[in-house]
Ligand binder design. Structure first.
Ligand code: NAD
Length: 398
């Protein structure tokens, strides 16, 4: 990375969210700086202006660039000389703030890295996609599981036809941390995730079901056609689903299932996917991300390990590795791979090049729209006792 994609300098990052006591903002910053291609120079770290200012010191952000709100940050940064102001904004707030912040960031001319689910509603997501399409900016959505080397390896293997025709996809994301009403005990991550005004139409299905669905879409490239879902609230008093199943019919006849749970005792972040093709099948687990099993009837099971030097690794898998085999790579590195692909595009855009909006390596605003469509159709189908609804969105990546 001598030149940072030809840019010749680090990209300047501003963040919204990530204040003291929060979770994913710190991951965004760590991932963004992992390859020494970006530095955090500004932030609106919290909804509480005092905490926002206090959090800046944790990130070594100068007082003058620790802003009380995202609006202040965009105004303040716009007033700085072009060679000094932020290039991109990372959004790590609860879901209800994604749209207002992203919309303002695009309007102010900044590139955006936004966490999932893209927005609070599908209508907001579609509006955002229209704005992004009409802009010159890069828009990355951190469906970070797409950044794992063996996920990218699997995607390329499937594209190359190594598993034959894909007929079945089983994706599940199983957690247990919301088995009790943590939200009533002042746990703030639980509080907003179970509040429709801040989380959106779905709880569990929006928070982690979207990751599982996105992973299947990313690895197989199958285009969705219809969905039938059953969502449940198992913990009494909770207004949003904490468990659910969906069946997805893909164009061409493949069948998929998505299961998401926040109420399964002892389960941590068990995102796993199994894909069956006419020539072979594969299985990958997020909690053991440096292994993938490929199976063929009548043959010993093949264990793929993340090994950038092995002849079995394809170009996509190898390019996503940082360390030699056996040194575990995981969440931060995968997250950083999503950032790295976004940075290549930002460097190109800043050099005056055209920005690819559809077929990007990183998940983009359209993948975010698909996630919101998945959420809204799952909720609608579940309310109609599992009725089959369309899952074919005109903006779907194809
Ligand atoms: P959190 O509650 O831990 O942190 C949210 C942060 O946003 C806090 O610092 C809060 O003060 C800040 N905030 C809220 N409103 C704000 C505003 N108006 N201006 C500035 N800051 C504001 O939440 P979290 O668990 O980190 O989740 C944040 C987002 O990241 C959610 O959208 C969630 O779905 C997503 N997420 C993604 C992943 C992933 O793996 N990609 C993992 C966890 C969370």
């Amino acid at each position: 990375m001598a030149t940072n994609g030809g840019l010749g300098r680090k990209l300047r990052m501003g963040i919204v969210g990530g204040g003291q006591g929060s979770f994913i903002g710190r991951v965004h910053v760590t991932a963004a700086v992992l390859d020494n291609r970006a530095e955090l120079v500004a932030g609106a770290f919290s909804s509480d202006p005092a905490r926002a200012k206090a959090s800046a010191a944790d990130y070594a952000v100068a007082d003058e660039r620790a802003y009380g709100s995202y609006q202040e940050m965009f105004d303040g940064e716009r007033k700085r000389p072009a060679g000094d102001r932020i290039d991109f904004v990372s959004i790590a707030t609860p879901n209800h703030m994604h749209f207002p912040v992203a919309q303002a960031a695009v309007a102010a001319g900044f590139h955006v890295v936004c966490d999932k689910p893209l927005t609070l509603t599908l209508a907001e997501a579609e509006q955002l996609a229209t704005l992004v399409d009409a802009s010159k900016q890069v828009f990355v959505v951190t469906h970070n599981y797409t950044g794992y080397p063996l996920v990218r390896q699997a995607q390329e293997m499937i594209r190359a036809g190594e598993l034959g025709e894909i007929q079945a996809v089983r994706a599940e994301y199983i957690q247990g941390w919301l088995r009790t009403r943590l939200e009533s005990e002042g746990q703030k991550q639980a509080a907003w995730r179970t509040d429709p005004a801040r989380s959106g139409a779905a709880g569990c299905f929006g928070d982690i079901g979207t990751h599982a669905y996105n992973l299947g879409r990313y690895m197989t490239g199958l285009l969705p056609e219809r969905i039938s879902a059953h969502l449940k609230i198992f913990v009494p008093g909770r207004p949003l689903d904490d468990y659910g199943h969906a069946v997805v019919r893909y164009q061409g006849g493949a069948l998929g299932t998505v299961t998401a749970s926040q109420i399964s005792h002892g389960r941590e972040n068990d995102l796993r996917i199994q894909i069956d093709g006419t020539l072979g099948s594969l299985e990958w687990h997020q909690e053991e991300p440096n292994k993938m099993v490929v199976r063929h009837n009548g043959k010993p099971h093949q264990l793929y390990t993340r090994d950038p030097n092995a002849p079995f690794m394809n170009e996509s898998g190898r390019a996503a590795c940082r360390l030699p085999s056996g040194h575990p790579e995981a969440f931060f590195e995968a997250f950083a791979n999503v950032y790295r692909s976004g940075f290549d595009a930002m460097a190109q855009a800043l050099a005056g090049g055209a920005v690819e909006k559809v077929n990007t390596v990183y998940p983009n605003v359209r993948d975010g729209v698909e996630g919101m469509f998945f959420i809204e159709q799952s909720v609608a189908s579940s309310k109609a006792d599992g009725a089959w609804l369309s899952l074919a969105h005109p903006l779907a990546r194809r």
